[in-house]
Structures are given as structure tokens and as C-alpha cells.
Design a protein around this ligand. Structure first.
Ligand code: PRX
Length: 632
């Protein structure tokens, strides 16, 4: 894989792009946004509808628990649906969906409102109230979106769990959130096969004492087990009078919870970040409008899974607030052939395509002929997120997909940040592999462990020095963990610690290197070393295990395990395979290790911490580094 720090080549945006750009100038507006942060965000917030406007833009009295648009009354649905019903947007397509087998459905904003209102009334009839957590575990079908929006509409809190997670991972998240209701489907399609989902939910419910109700969408028609008074088919509920088309949107406080989203950190079990109705609406809408240069006639496709933050912010909320037409696709990018995506770009006339380096590399290996055989000239802008994009993938995306005309918006951000923190605008000259400059209102720095800025070109810790409206409000039920994880390293300075290492070059461009903690990014998916090791250790053969990330051609990183076996077990190929399956079963397919090596012991510090850095440098054939803290 090419390195990001290969000599950068500039890509100047074309006149065609700059002339129509929503934001025509960066430097001045950036300076203004830093010097007048609250005024800048108030101007953005003024572009949205509110039941009642805020009394104060930012309250930092309880920092790092920042409160944006204090006293403001809203609901994200007021902006994502309700206000569009009063304009011509009402009859515009909100959603174009294509299933993997080739079936398709479309919904105007009017139809979206109907579907969401019906779903909201159904949830209400099941006793779901403001503040209740509803778990959503679904394939990528329109009902996934309707379920999320229906929760928001009635003030319930959704917790979407990625559909690739195992029943145990699902149960952990249901239990942590004290969720009573789960919404799922019988299954979904992936690579021509049915992936079962309801059966996974059934197993999870056995481990979840709080779970009372499960609503299931019939997607595939496979046989599923349904239990009386617990399980309901959505289509049955929709035929009842309770599922009326009319439902009032619940008026919420700007700081009320909108959703929980579980994500992995460097220690312990996944934690749920909390995002709110007010600040998150303003931040996702503004970043989406400016970075993706949204025009009313655009057809916008973010090919992420709604189960992750990218899906929440840039499939669902930001785009719908901006009244965009969004594309949703259920299945694999190369099914039945590697031009499935390009066929859909042509068929639906997609203008903006936002995806991940892993997906780009995956399609790149099939070569140029696949995009070439389709007319994808409708594309105007491209985007990338989730991991550093290597120069080779960048160039292929730019040339073969963008035909050299489409700027690539490499957006750096996190579940915690709610939206883009570093991202170009279409007018920004690009350097492949750099996410370029901070988005408006954000002050960043690259610092050493003591908080001193490192010179340009040197690697350091990426910090965010100022609050922004998309920042998560807290960790659900564990505010101390929020403080400890993000705000303790640079406590005195009050900076947000991202956990990423990065460099800034002499032009002020940021280059993300990767995580500098024990978070592993596999194909852009975020997993924790501790989480993986914990599951490995539940296998009867294992004494203990260490998980590290090593570079992988396609996935960016892959999981490598060093395991210590109990004396009664032999290190065989069969056991290695069994352990891989164990990870898949207990966490999900994305957690399947690339390789497992067996060792007599793990290298540890004198205080008993696994020295993952040493395992990594040895695997990469690099020098050991400082071993002074290592136990004998
Ligand atoms: O390491 C960074 C990487 O993804 C991490 C955040 O992961 P998650 O919360 O799952 O959110 C992913 C989607 C926003 C970051 O700490 N990352 C994200 N975007 C980029 C990136 N690394 C390099 N370049 C990016 N554009």
C-alpha cells in the first residue's frame, strides 16, 4: 500500500465546480467562525425551523458537557420532514431504495411522512414514550430509516445496532440501554443469500430481561419463530386503526436525547455516545450542505450502513434536513457483478457518492472496465470516510470513478463528533490522502503528550480545542467515562482528545495517520482490542490473548491475535480455525481475526498491561523501542 506521506500532488478544483459552490471562500469565513463561533453557529441554526429559538447559543458552564442552543425547542423531524411538507419539497423524492435482488421502492417526502407517522403511532400503541430506548437491528431497507425517524418523532431514543453483530453483542447493547422494544426484519439479502436477523434477535432476547416487544418487517419471507404477545409483524400492525397517517411531532428540548450509538474504545466494553436533537441537527445539516455542496436537484448517495455514525449523520439526518433525495442500497457492491454500484449511479442519476477507502479498494481490484461500461457522468462530487485513504485508492477513485472531474471530499470525524471535523470544501485544492483543513468553527492542533504543539510535519496527537454543536453530549449512563475517555488527557487545557495521531504540513493540511490507542479499524469498522481479547478469553483453550492491528491491502487494518493456550491444548491449524469462528459467533464476522499465533506468554509491563505496541513492532519487523517498563 502506498504511504500517505508520499510527495503530495495538488489537485485544483475545476471552474465548473468552484463557480457553483455553495461556499466560495474558506479562509475568511474560517477566521470569522473562530472569532465569532457562537454567531457563526447561530446563523447556521437560523436556517432551520424551531418551535422556539434558543436563549443562549452555547452554555459551557458544565464543560465538557456542553449545551448548545439552550432553551431552544425543536425536534429533528421538524426539520427533516415536517417543514418540507409545506414547500415544493413535499413531492420531491426523499428516498430511492434498491434491494439486492433488484427490487426497488421510492418515497416522496409526503410518503416518508406517512410511513414515519404510521410507524410512530405503532410505537406509541406499544407504550413507547419520550425518552424510552428502542433498539433497531435491521438490514438496509427503507423500514430501517422509518424506524429511526419514527422514534425521533415521538421523542424516543433509537439505538441502532449494526446488522452484522452477533446475538451476544446485540444483547449487550439492549441490556446496557435498558431497551424494551426491538425492531428487526426476518432477514436481508447479501451476496445473493438471505442473512437471518429475526433468529439472531430471538437469541438476544433470551439474554435480555428488559426486552418485551419485537416488531418484525417481512423482507425475505423465510420462516421465523414468533411468540404470542411478544412478536408482531409490522404489516399486521400497519393494517390496524392504530397505525394512522397522522402523528404530532413531539416538541423536544434542544438538549434532549435523539439517539444512542455504541462504539468501541481502547478499554472495556463498547459505550453508547448520546447525541441530541438541537446541536446535532445544526451540525449535520451545515456540514452536509457545505462540504457536499448540496443543490435542490441533487441525488445523493452515502453508501455506508445506517448502523454506524456515517449512516446516522450523512444518510439519514443531514441529507433529510437539507431536503435531499437520498439513495439507499441493501446489498454488496459487487453483486452480482462488480459494476452493481455503477449501474445504480447510471440508473438513478446519482450526483454525489460518499463511501469508504475499503469499499473503493474492493472495487478497484476489479479494474476500470467495470465503471467504464456504465455512464456515470452524472457524478459531480465524491467522498471518503472511516480510515486514511491511500494514494493509490484515491487516484483510482478520482480517475476511474470521477473521470478526473470530481473532487474527493476526504472527511475526518468520529462517532463522538457527530459530523465532519476536518474536510475540504469543493473549492479546496486537494492533496490525495489529506482530509485538508478544519471545518468552520473548529480549532485543532497536533500536540505531544504534554500538550505542546509539535512542529509542522511531525507526528503527534490530534486534539480539538473548541466545542462544536455536533459533539456528543455524554456517554449514556456513564458521564464519568465521557470525561475520562476524551477530556482527561488534556484536562488543564480543556481539549478534546481524539485518539488519532496525525501530522499537519506547511500548508496547514492535516494528514491522519491512524489510531494511537487500542482501537482497531477493520475496513473502517471500529473495534476495541480489549473487547476482542475479552471474547477470545471466553474460549476454553485460551489463557489470555492480545489483539493488534496490522496493515491489510484491502481492509486497511486486520486483526492479529497472539494467544496463550492452556497446557492441555495443542497449537493446531484446527484450533486456529475454531478460534476464528469463535470470534465471528460472539462478536460478528467483522471481528474474524486475520491470523492467530500461539505464544508461551504475552509481553507485559510491570503493572501487568499487555504491551501491544511491542507485538506490533515485532510483527512489522521494526525496532522494539523502549522496553524499560517490561516485566522480567
Ligand atoms: O481513526 C479515525 C478514523 O475513524 C475513527 C472514528 O471511527 P468511527 O467513530 O467509527 O467513525 C467513523 C466514521 C466517521 C477516527 O478516530 N477516520 C474517520 N475518518 C477518517 C479516519 N481516518 C482517516 N481519514 C478519515 N477521513
Amino acid at each position: 500500500m502506498e504511504k500517505n506521506d508520499a510527495k503530495p500532488k495538488w489537485y485544483e478544483p475545476s471552474r465548473e465546480v468552484t463557480e457553483q459552490a455553495n461556499v466560495k471562500e474558506y479562509d475568511q469565513l474560517y477566521r470569522y467562525s473562530i472569532e465569532n463561533r457562537e454567531a457563526f453557529w447561530a446563523e447556521q441554526a437560523n436556517q432551520l425551523s424551531w418551535y422556539k429559538k434558543w436563549d443562549k447559543v452555547l452554555d459551557d458552564q458544565q464543560a465538557p458537557f456542553y449545551n448548545w442552543f439552550v432553551g431552544g425547542r425543536t425536534n429533528i423531524i421538524l426539520n427533516a420532514i415536517d417543514r418540507h411538507l409545506k414547500s415544493a419539497t413535499r413531492n420531491k423524492l426523499a428516498v430511492i431504495w434498491e434491494g439486492e435482488p433488484g427490487d426497488s421502492r421510492t418515497f416522496s417526502y409526503h410518503a416518508l411522512n406517512r410511513e414515519v407517522s404510521q410507524f410512530a403511532n405503532i410505537l406509541k400503541s406499544m407504550g413507547v414514550r419520550k425518552g424510552d430506548v428502542v433498539t433497531i437491528y435491521m438490514p438496509q431497507i427503507p423500514e430501517q430509516l422509518f424506524a429511526m425517524l419514527a422514534c425521533a418523532k415521538i421523542g424516543a431514543v433509537h439505538s441502532v445496532v449494526y446488522g452484522g453483530f452477533s446475538h451476544e453483542a446485540l444483547a449487550d447493547r439492549i441490556n446496557d440501554a435498558n431497551s424494551r422494544v426491538v425492531i428487526t426484519a426476518d432477514g436481508g439479502y447479501r451476496r445473493g443469500k438471505v442473512v437471518e436477523m429475526k433468529s439472531v434477535v430471538n437469541k438476544a432476547m433470551e439474554l435480555s430481561p428488559t426486552m418485551e416487544i419485537c416488531i418484525t418487517v417481512k423482507r425475505t419471507g423465510i420462516d421465523v419463530y414468533m411468540e404470542n404477545d411478544r412478536d408482531y409483524w409490522l404489516h399486521d400492525l400497519k393494517s390496524l386503526p392504530i397505525a394512522s397517517n397522522k402523528c404530532e411531532t413531539e416538541e423536544m428540548d434542544a438538549s434532549d436525547m435523539l439517539f444512542l450509538l455504541y462504539t468501541s474504545g481502547s478499554t472495556g466494553r463498547p459505550k453508547a455516545l448520546v447525541h441530541t436533537h438541537g446541536g446535532y441537527s445544526v451540525y449535520t445539516a451545515t456540514t452536509h450542505r457545505m462540504v457536499f455542496d448540496i443543490k435542490p436537484e441533487d441525488r445523493y448517495w452515502c453508501a455506508a450502513d445506517p448502523g454506524w455514525i456515517t449512516g446516522h449523520s450523512y444518510i439519514v439526518y443531514g441529507p433529510l434536513i437539507n431536503g435531499s433525495t437520498i439513495m439507499l442500497y441493501e446489498g454488496a457492491p459487487n453483486h452480482p457483478y462488480p459494476d452493481r454500484w455503477w449501474k445504480m449511479v447510471e440508473k438513478y442519476g446519482i450526483n454525489i457518492l460518499y463511501t469508504s477507502p475499503t469499499a473503493i479498494r474492493g472495487l478497484m481490484r476489479f479494474g476500470d472496465s467495470w465503471p467504464n461500461r456504465n455512464d456515470i457522468s452524472s457524478l459531480r462530487l465524491l467522498g471518503s470516510v472511516g480510515e486514511p485513504i491511500n494514494a493509490e485508492a484515491w487516484s483510482w477513485f478520482h480517475r476511474a470513478v470521477g473521470r478526473g472531474n470530481c473532487p474527493i471530499m476526504d472527511t475526518w470525524w468520529q462517532t463522538e463528533t457527530g459530523g465532519f471535523i476536518i474536510a475540504p470544501l469543493p473549492i479546496t485544492p486537494l492533496k490525495p490522502g489529506s482530509a485538508t483543513k478544519p471545518f468552520f468553527g473548529n480549532e485543532l492542533a497536533i500536540v505531544d503528550d504534554a500538550g505542546k504543539e509539535v512542529p509542522d510535519g511531525e507526528e503527534g496527537n490530534l486534539v480539538i480545542k473548541s466545542p462544536w454543536p455536533g459533539l456528543a453530549k455524554s456517554v449514556f449512563n456513564d458521564p464519568q467515562r465521557f470525561v475520562d475517555t476524551y477530556w482527561s488527557k488534556y484536562k488543564e487545557q480543556g481539549w478534546y482528545h481524539t485518539g488519532d495521531s496525525a501530522k499537519k504540513d506547511e500548508d496547514g493540511y492535516y494528514w491522519i495517520i491512524g489510531r494511537n490507542d487500542d482501537v482497531i479499524k477493520v475496513s473502517g469498522y471500529r473495534l476495541g482490542s480489549a473487547e476482542i481479547e475479552g471474547i477470545m478469553a471466553t474460549h476454553p483453550a485460551i489463557v489470555e490473548a492480545a489483539a493488534i492491528a496490522l496493515p491489510h491491502q484491502l481492509k486497511g487494518n486486520a486483526i492479529h491475535i497472539t494467544a496463550v493456550l492452556k497446557s492441555t491444548y495443542k497449537p493446531t491449524k484446527e484450533l486456529e480455525h475454531e478460534l476464528m469462528v469463535h470470534m465471528e459467533e460472539h462478536l460478528g464476522k467483522i471481528a474474524r481475526p486475520e491470523a492467530i499465533v500461539f505464544a508461551e506468554a504475552l509481553p507485559k509491563t510491570r503493572s501487568g498491561k499487555i504491551m501491544r505496541r511491542l507485538l506490533k513492532s515485532r510483527a512489522l519487523g521494526l525496532p522494539d523501542g523502549d522496553l524499560s517498563t517490561m516485566e522480567e
